[in-house]
Design a protein around this ligand. Structure first.
Ligand code: SF4
Ligand code: SF4
Length: 329
């Protein structure tokens, strides 16, 4: 199974639009949303069944037994996250959301009044789809499709660990004959992104043609190169700033990165998102560009393009109603 990861240096570049379209075009039977801070791939993947739910435990949280506490204040003085204060009657009080679970206070307390307790920091969801294809083509008849995702509780950390669990669930539950898994990564260059990149075969960067977009793209290229996957680039809303798009293409040439295409600004994208469907289901300039990019990605990872793409496009155009175009953000 080849693993394709869609990334962007920041949010709002159209990463999930591209990931959802790839899933639809490929009729992917294994896909994941690793943007655990703000997952939204499920919003454009229609007809999902109820998922299996799993609690995710983070780093633990300090809990004080007020009957044992002698009010020495050592824990409050030592906590680097200012998560412990002393009450008026000299009992340590933990501000649970501020506790990072380092465990220092538990080790320092002279009377064993602090214990680290399990802390549900989020939940993981595993969708298993069987039978006929759904309206976004996420399932193939007679086959099984697995969609793995998760959602972190507000203020919780350790996102990298949760991302690793999302990917592991995908790989463990996908059928062995699945050729391609598509993973929607999280934005930025932090811990969850690094956890997303490890073990993938190809990282597709969706860049934005702006000063900050180019800077973000360069940072994510630098990060991805540590892990040695193939790296390729495309530009979304390319025609909104042709000069910056050319700068991105030049950067790719200098860095020997395959540039796979330009996606034009297209108000159909917002219409599709609002309708809860993939842009691939609409015949429009953006979907045409994304299909071409998907073919190039496929060529890079398994060296072939779907021969029936043109036929599929015509069939979809016949029976799918085009959502009303709306202004893009
Ligand atoms: S270190 Fe232990 S005894 Fe001292 S204030 Fe904290 S909880 Fe209470
Ligand atoms: S576990 Fe660490 S972060 Fe949490 S209250 Fe204790 S010292 Fe502070």
């Amino acid at each position: 199974m080849k693993k394709i990861l869609i990334l962007s240096g920041k949010g709002g570049t159209g990463k999930t639009t591209v990931a959802a379209a790839f899933i639809s075009i490929e009729k992917a039977r294994a896909f994941a949303d690793c943007d655990v801070d703000a997952p939204n791939l499920h919003l454009v993947t229609a007809s999902l069944p109820e998922p299996e739910l799993f609690d995710y435990y983070g780093m633990g949280v300090a809990v004080v037994d007020p009957d044992l506490c002698i009010g020495c204040g050592l824990c409050a003085q030592s906590c680097r996250f200012y998560a412990i204060s002393m009450s008026a009657d000299s009992v340590a009080v933990v501000d649970a959301p501020a506790c990072e679970g380092c465990g220092l206070c538990e080790r320092l307390c002279p009377v064993g009044a602090i214990k680290m307790e399990d802390n549900v920091a989020g939940r993981r969801m595993l969708y298993t789809i069987t039978g006929e294809p759904n309206k976004d083509g996420a399932s193939s008849a007679g086959k099984r499709t697995v969609f793995s995702t998760a959602e972190l509780e507000m203020g919780s950390g350790t996102t990298g660990k949760l991302v690793s669990e999302v990917k592991k669930a995908l790989y463990d539950h996908a059928d062995k004959d699945v050729p391609i898994a598509i993973i929607d990564g999280s934005p930025g260059i932090g811990c969850p992104v690094i956890a997303s990149i490890t073990g993938t075969d190809l990282v597709l960067l969706v860049a934005e043609p702006s000063m900050s977009g180019i800077s973000d793209m360069k940072r994510i290229v630098e990060t991805a190169r540590f892990f040695d996957p193939q790296i390729a680039v495309c530009v979304n809303k390319a025609d909104t700033n042709e000069g910056k798009t050319e700068d991105i293409i030049r950067f790719c040439a200098q860095e020997n990165l395959p540039f796979l295409g330009r996606i034009p600004f297209d108000s159909h994208v917002t219409g599709a998102t609002n309708a809860g469907t993939s842009i691939d289901r609409i015949d429009c300039p953006a979907s045409t560009a994304i299909r071409a990019i998907n073919d190039r990605v496929r060529d890079m990872v398994i060296g072939e393009s779907p021969v029936n793409n043109a036929l599929n496009d015509r069939v979809r155009a016949m029976d799918i109603k085009d959502p009303s175009p709306a202004e893009d953000k």
